[in-house]
Design a protein around this ligand. Structure first.
Ligand code: NIG
Ligand code: FE
Length: 388
């Protein structure tokens, strides 16, 4: 079955060998052909071949599906009261994670699945076609395993985050909890996870604990990524580079040495502007990272505490307005950047051979994603070439 997307006013391919030769590989007045779920042809609309089916983009822009490389979507309950208190002046400390752990443990699998399905649908209809989902609100072997099982029903990009915080029942016994995470919990999580993550932060896990947990995961075949330098400066970014982690996430408090290390590595700096927005904190310095040559991704960090948004267009708009990324840099970071952060060369671009995950926008240009913040511009989403 072949499909033609025609009358594309502006096609973002993220393939610099196409179109204007920029990182976005912009092709004007374009068409795109999908065969067997993959991009089979991209070019000038006037040369498009005949196909079985046709979608008319009506001169709108077409962009690769967003690759949201960092979410925490397995949870129950919400923390609207905590958010309201923060907006009235309370600081964010991550201390509310325990509230969500209690609600998640009390929820049935069906409740967790229904909440996740609702959030995944929200994300999908805003153009997210690849999504990473972490555990981390279970924090017992059984609750982490069921969190990952439910997450796996929705994505192959599942991440074991048993090391989110030390749960209340292990208070004062951090080392015992780290042993549990590195041993029985990791072993039980393994069949359901691709990645291992640690919240490396004051009040969560220090550099030595984070190294032990990531090495234990890598020892059984999980790939490392890390919550690094979110609330304070710490060793997380250096650890990420040392272990060749796919991604160091947050990167809000960086030294010059951290920026240089990221720039000289294949570790992606994943920025999560929804978290700074929702905690009213200073944004990470995206320009410093970009100018040093680091690879930057944008992700939602969707979770009920620090960033309760599924919207990648919102994250793009905030990154442009508040972090001084250009619209082109922000779109690349939310698509190709996310794909690099998940080590997925098959998504995040629309070159020939890519998975045909894309959005047709109700706008003449991708720039409108930042220029028209809060407006639902995603008209049609294709997943492997299938309209959703
Ligand atoms: O990425 N930093 C740690 N974890 C989440 C927040 C979790 C929460 O507050 O529930 C984050 O921001
Ligand atoms: Fe997070």
């Amino acid at each position: 079955m072949s499909l033609l997307v025609r009358s594309i006013g502006e096609l973002v391919t993220n393939d610099p060998s196409l179109g204007d030769g920029s990182a976005l590989g912009l092709v004007r007045d374009a068409a795109l052909v999908v065969e067997d779920g993959r991009v089979a042809w991209v070019g000038d609309a006037s040369h498009a071949p005949a196909t079985d089916r046709v979608i008319d983009a009506e001169d709108g822009a077409v962009i690769p599906g967003f690759v949201d490389s960092h979410t925490h979507l397995v949870f129950a309950g919400d923390r609207a009261g905590e958010f309201a208190a923060r907006m009235a002046g309370e600081p964010y400390t991550g201390g509310g994670i325990g509230t969500t752990v209690a609600a998640t443990r009390a929820a049935s699998d069906g409740e967790l699945r229904a909440n996740l399905a609702r959030l995944r649908d929200e994300a999908l209809h805003q153009g997210t076609t690849t999504i990473e989902i972490k555990s981390g609100y279970g924090l017992s072997t059984a609750d982490e395993v069921r969190s990952l099982r439910v997450a796996r029903e929705f994505t192959a990009e599942t991440t074991f985050l048993g090391a989110h915080v030390v749960p209340a029942e292990f208070e004062g016994r951090d080392d015992d909890y780290v042993s549990l995470v590195c041993g029985e919990m990791m072993k039980s999580a393994l069949p359901h996870a691709r990645w291992v993550d640690v919240f490396c932060e004051r009040g969560a896990f220090d550099g030595d604990q984070a190294r032990a947990i990531l090495l234990a995961g890598m020892g059984v075949g999980l790939l490392p990524r890390i919550h690094a330098n979110q609330l304070t400066h710490g060793p997380g970014v250096q650890l990420a580079v040392e272990l060749d982690a796919a991604s160091a996430d947050h990167c809000t408090h960086l030294s010059d040495a951290d920026v240089d290390s990221l720039a000289g590595s294949t570790t992606v700096a994943t920025l999560l502007p929804g978290a700074e927005f929702s905690t009213r904190s200073p944004y990470p310095d995206a320009r410093r990272l970009l100018e040093a040559g680091a690879t930057v991704a944008l992700a939602s960090d969707c979770n009920p505490g620090s960033s309760y948004t599924t919207s990648m267009p919102f994250c793009v708009a905030v990154a442009v307005r508040e972090m001084r990324m250009t619209p082109a840099e922000a779109l690349w970071a939310a698509t190709a950047g996310g794909a690099r952060a998940l080590r997925r060369p098959d998504v995040g671009h629309l070159g020939v051979g890519a998975v045909a995950d894309l959005s047709v926008l109700d706008a003449a240009s991708f720039v409108h994603l930042a220029y028209r913040p809060g407006v639902p511009l995603v008209r049609t989403v294709l997943l492997s070439g299938e309209p959703q």
